[in-house]
Design a protein. Sequence first.
Length: 258
Amino acid sequence: MKQALLFSILMGLGTRTFAQTTKPEIITDRPDQTEASAIVPKGGLQVELGTQIENDVVQNVKVTNYTYTTALIKYGVNEHFELRLVSEFLGERTRYNESNVNKVTGISPLALGVKIKLADENKIWPQTSFMGHINLKSGSSEFAPDYTAADFRFTFDHTLSKKLFFSYNVGAEWNGKTPDATFLYTVVLCYLITDRLTTFIESYSFFPEEKHADHRLDGGFMYKITPVVQWDISAGLGLNDAAPDSFISTGISFRLLK
């Protein structure tokens, strides 16, 4: 009942917002791992909410990671600059056998960041942005970092046709537990099935300095309920032993004010 009421409120907000404006349609960083180069319109407040379950089995020990709620809040300062805030409510269940199960839950470190548009798309040159976050020494003790951490990416978007889009990211991140960096890349191909429904397939990898690379593949759908309200669903799998076996995610995003 509560979930249905929240969904109705979000749809109402999105419909009301669109009725009062003809600003651009919502473009989100969900649900794929490839962050978009687009900036939230000036004065716009965009909220991207999601949940995810990730499963992995290592030497007969089953580990299930839960992202009960992830919240990305973005505010458009101007056409070249947006402010970002990220917070997550996480859980982890480790099952050693039927009678030995360990569970933890808590809040992730708060991340503050920016996205800066560097260039518009021009023929073969992609739309390009820089994005970075500082992950503060905050959150629950189970998930709080030992050090202030950071991450950054360069994001690139190409329009291949009216229905086909190609994007990719390169960057690095630090987990706050060790001084070692993890380098990353993402590549995604999106296809516009209808004006409201988009599908994608994506490949991405993480390259820790002191551990084996983690390679993954995912895909999914984004559906615009209104031009400023979007629902998404996606799923994926790991391509090597360092990656989780499988994961599934869904979420809803909406934009207010603009």
